[in-house]
Ligand binder design. Structure first.
Ligand code: ZN
Length: 285
C-alpha cells in the first residue's frame, strides 16, 4: 500500500499556484520510480549476486566507488574479483542511476558488516551471521579515488536523495536503518567519503514526513465526510490563516449575476468569485 494517496480531484476551488510546479512536485511524491530520475538498466550483465535467503529488505547502505563508474561496473562482473563484490545501484556523477543487481537479490557490498539487531559475530565461522548483504540494498556513489576529495555534484546529490527516498517508500525503511558503509563495516571502510550525511537524511525524510502528514490530513478530512484537495485554494487559505477544520463542503452561490464559491471552516466562512482564487474573503459565521 502506498504511503501517499493521490489527492481526490473534486470540482473545488481549483489548484492554486503554477500547474507546472504542481506536476513536478507530484512526480517527486510518487512512491517507486520518479519520472525525473534517469536510469541505465544493466540488469542483463552478469553482476555478482546471491539469493536473499528469505530475508526482507530492511536497510539501505551508501558507498562510494573510489574510481570511475566504468571501473566499478567491470569489477563487479570480473571473474578475477576475489570478493565477488557488487552493489544494487550506482549513481554516477551526472546523477544517472545504473541499475545492476535487482532488489530481490542480495548484492555483495557489506559482507563484513555488523548491523546491531540484525546479525551477531559467529566465532566458529569467523563471520557475522546472518550476512548483512541479505537484508540490505547497496547504493554506490561515483567518487574519485582518495586523496582526491571534490564536492559531490548537485545532480548526483539530487538523484541520490530522490532515489533513496523512493526506496524508503517502497520498502518502508526508517531513518535509523540507513547507513554509511563506514557506520557498520568491521574492516575499516570509510566510505562514502566527504558525503554530507545529516543533510542527506534530512532531505530524504523531511519529504517523507511531509507526505505522512498530508496522508493523515487527507484521512482526517475524509473521515469528516469532506473530500480533501491539498491544492484547493480554500484549504490552503484555511491552513495559512489557522481557520480550524472544514465544517462544510465547498458551495456555490450567485450574486448580481456573478458566480461565487465558498466553504465554511470552524473559525470563519471563506468565499470568493469563482476563478479569483487569490482574492479570498473571510467572514464570521
Ligand atoms: Zn563501501
Amino acid at each position: 500500500m502506498s504511503l501517499y494517496e493521490p489527492e481526490i480531484i473534486c470540482e473545488t476551488s481549483a489548484a492554486a499556484g503554477d500547474p507546472e510546479i504542481t506536476r513536478r512536485r507530484r512526480a517527486a511524491y510518487t512512491p517507486g520510480v520518479s519520472t525525473e530520475l534517469r536510469y541505465e538498466d544493466k540488469y542483463d550483465l552478469d553482476f555478482f549476486q546471491s539469493e536473499r535467503g528469505g530475508h526482507d529488505v530492511r536497510y539501505i547502505v551508501l558507498h562510494d566507488t573510489e574510481g570511475p563508474t566504468q571501473a566499478a561496473i567491470s569489477w563487479w562482473t570480473n571473474p578475477e574479483n576475489p570478493y565477488q563484490s557488487s552493489a544494487h545501484d550506482l549513481i554516477d556523477k551526472r546523477g544517472v542511476i545504473w541499475r545492476c543487481v535487482p532488489y530481490d537479490k542480495a548484492a555483495h557490498h557489506v559482507g563484513y558488516s555488523h548491523i546491531p539487531g540484525f546479525n551477531e559475530f559467529n566465532a566458529e565461522d569467523d563471520r557475522w551471521k546472518p550476512n548483512a548483504n541479505l537484508s540490505t540494498i547497496g547504493i554506490e556513489l561515483e567518487y574519485p579515488r582518495w586523496p582526491d576529495s571534490p564536492p559531490y555534484p548537485g545532480a548526483q546529490l539530487q538523484s541520490v536523495v530522490e532515489h533513496v527516498r523512493s526506496l524508503v517508500l517502497q520498502f518502508g525503511v526508517t531513518r535509523d536503518r540507513i547507513f554509511r558503509h563506514a557506520d557498520i563495516d568491521t574492516n575499516g571502510k570509510t566510505d562514502p567519503r566527504n558525503f554530507q550525511w545529516d543533510w542527506f537524511l534530512d532531505q530524504v525524510f523531511s519529504e517523507v514526513e511531509h507526505m505522512l502528514d498530508e496522508t493523515a490530513r487527507h484521512a482526517a478530512w475524509n473521515s469528516s465526510g469532506i473530500p480533501y484537495n491539498p491544492e484547493a485554494a480554500f484549504s490552503r487559505y484555511a491552513r495559512l490563516h489557522d481557520l480550524g477544520k472544514p465544517e462544510t463542503q465547498e458551495f456555490d452561490f450567485g450574486f448580481q449575476g456573478r458566480e461565487y464559491r465558498g466553504q465554511g471552516f470552524s473559525k470563519a466562512i471563506v468565499y470568493c468569485e469563482v476563478g479569483y482564487w487569490d482574492a479570498i474573503k473571510e467572514l464570521s459565521w
